[in-house]
Design a protein around this ligand. Structure first.
Ligand code: EPZ
Length: 439
């Protein structure tokens, strides 16, 4: 298990290009199961989760060809319809093969995805949605089997589905049900659909494959099923979480960083909170021309950070609210703000494993239920810390970049799931960070 050694205190300077979004890419790849024609994705990030999904799709009869950041997937063997535990336990997104498999192949058996350090991750909404499309679902020995109704020629049938749970909609659940409904007979209406940009992106690929979908990005999505889907070529949207992470890394070091391929339009809530903190993200180059800036998906921006940060209140919410996947990074930033900040986690109320590690670095944080009060300290101090999950680890990197002394971050394989060569990107910006490989 590799570690990062970070000697903090260096302002980041330079330019970073944001990669394709992991959380779009994984369900986009699963959508290739809906057709026997080639599906080409451009801008696929080099991440361990993407490699896990490639392995999973290979066991489900998909051939893969890769060139640079382009991947072409083609379902060539539709007799394979079991997703094994060994592949599913490392990556929850494997669950979004269930909808495409049952829709395209009539039946599918998929292992329940593995547990995760950020709290309970139920799949009841995914199953509710597929049942509403007529799938018969059974659970046995940790596997979910879904079968399309025989009295409908082995095809799912359109239905009315409400996908709201106690903490709002479900991102991957919406991708699953929308993908399945694309090949169902009749019309499906998803109410309380996830509005996350990554799910909208999945919808755009499905439309390019021939699906009939309206309402993408809104809480009501309507899908008129078609008999078959074809191949398509699709550009993956930039990763808003990677983008937000580098904004905060630049800010906490008092750096001067330009970010290219920056999806400003997807980051409204995060940029609003950052603005209150004293961190602004302004358009650069052609975008910066007078006449008003219209936030886009692939902007070039520059990060400006005040010398002192204001404490703010942050509540994580479904999109377009503040993303839970930036909560740990925001907390790291607020550890050095001038006063008391409060973060409330409304998506995954137990997603606070980074708190104990930040305390080891001298932060002052009190957790009460789903909230944490962060009292700003003058400076953080380096310490050995442990990565527990992907975004908690990103928060610890941000803290380490600002801390006095050396931070050793153990188990960085969590980071490799969602950030492409993070240490190389940060080195290029002048950070003193190295990866130590363990034999
Ligand atoms: C996606 O997970 C992302 N993962 C997560 O990112 C992200 O944190 C999450 O959406 C929320 O935005 C991928 O896209 C691969 P949900 P997902 O279903 O879809 C509850 C990262 O760090 N729920 O939208 O699995 C659930 O417990 C990862 O990149 C049910 O109750 O999340 C949560 O409270 C971590 N029943 C809420 O809904 C269900 O059947 C939202 O979860 C499903 C979910």
């Amino acid at each position: 298990m590799d570690s990062f050694i970070i000697r903090g205190g260096r302002p980041l300077r330079g330019t970073v290009r944001i990669n394709g979004a992991k959380n779009a890419c994984l369900p986009l790849m699963a959508a290739a199961l809906l057709t026997d024609q080639p599906v080409t994705l451009r801008g696929v990030p080099a991440l361990s989760d993407v490699r896990s999904m490639e392995r999973l799709l290979a066991t489900l009869g998909c051939e893969l060809s890769a060139q640079g950041t382009t991947r072409t997937l083609r379902g060539t063997d539709d007799s394979k319809n079991t997703a094994d535990y060994d592949l599913m336990r490392t990556m929850r997104a494997g669950i979004c093969t269930l909808g495409p498999l049952v829709a395209a192949r009539g039946t599918a058996t998929v292992s329940m995805p593995g547990g995760c350090a950020i709290g309970d991750r139920p799949v009841d909404l995914h199953l509710r949605g597929l049942r509403a499309l007529g799938a018969e679902i059974s659970l046995d020995a940790g596997y979910i089997t879904a079968t399309a109704p025989a009295d409908n020629g082995g095809r799912l049938r359109g239905g009315h589905v409400f996908l709201g749970g106690p903490n709002g909609s479900t991102a991957l659940g919406t991708a699953n049900v929308m993908s399945a409904a694309a090949l169902a007979t009749g019309t499906t209406v998803i109410e309380c659909a996830a509005c996350e940009p990554e799910i909208e992106d999945v919808g755009r690929l499905l439309i390019a494959m021939g699906a009939k979908i309206t309402g993408l990005g809104s809480p009501r999505v309507t899908i008129e099923g078609v008999d078959a889907l074809g191949g398509a070529t699709h550009d993956v949207i930039p990763d808003r979480i990677e983008a937000g992470t580098y904004v905060m890394a630049a800010a906490i070091t008092g750096g001067d960083v330009v970010l290219e391929n920056f999806p400003t339009v997807t980051l409204g809530a995060a940029l609003d909170r950052l603005n209150e903190v004293g961190v602004t993200v302004r358009p650069e180059g052609a975008n910066a021309a007078p006449g008003g800036f219209i936030p886009g998906m692939t902007d070039t921006v520059r990060v400006h950070a005040a010398r002192r940060f204001n404490p703010v209140q942050v509540v994580t919410q479904p999109h377009p609210g503040f993303p839970t996947d930036l909560q740990a990074q925001m907390m790291a930033l607020l550890t050095v703000a001038d006063g008391n900040a409060i973060i409330t986690e409304k998506i995954f109320p137990d997603r606070f494993l980074h708190v104990a590690e930040l305390l080891r670095m001298g932060a002052d944080i009190t957790r009460v239920g789903p909230s944490a009060m962060i009292t700003g300290v003058r400076e953080l101090v380096g310490a050995p810390v442990m990565c527990s999950d992907l975004r908690a680890s990103a928060g610890l990197v941000i803290a380490g970049l600002a801390a006095k002394g050396t931070t050793t971050l153990n188990r960085v394989y969590h980071l490799d799931r969602g950030y492409e060569k993070m240490e190389v990107t940060l080195q290029a910006l002048g950070a003193d960070i190295e990866r130590v490989k363990e034999n």
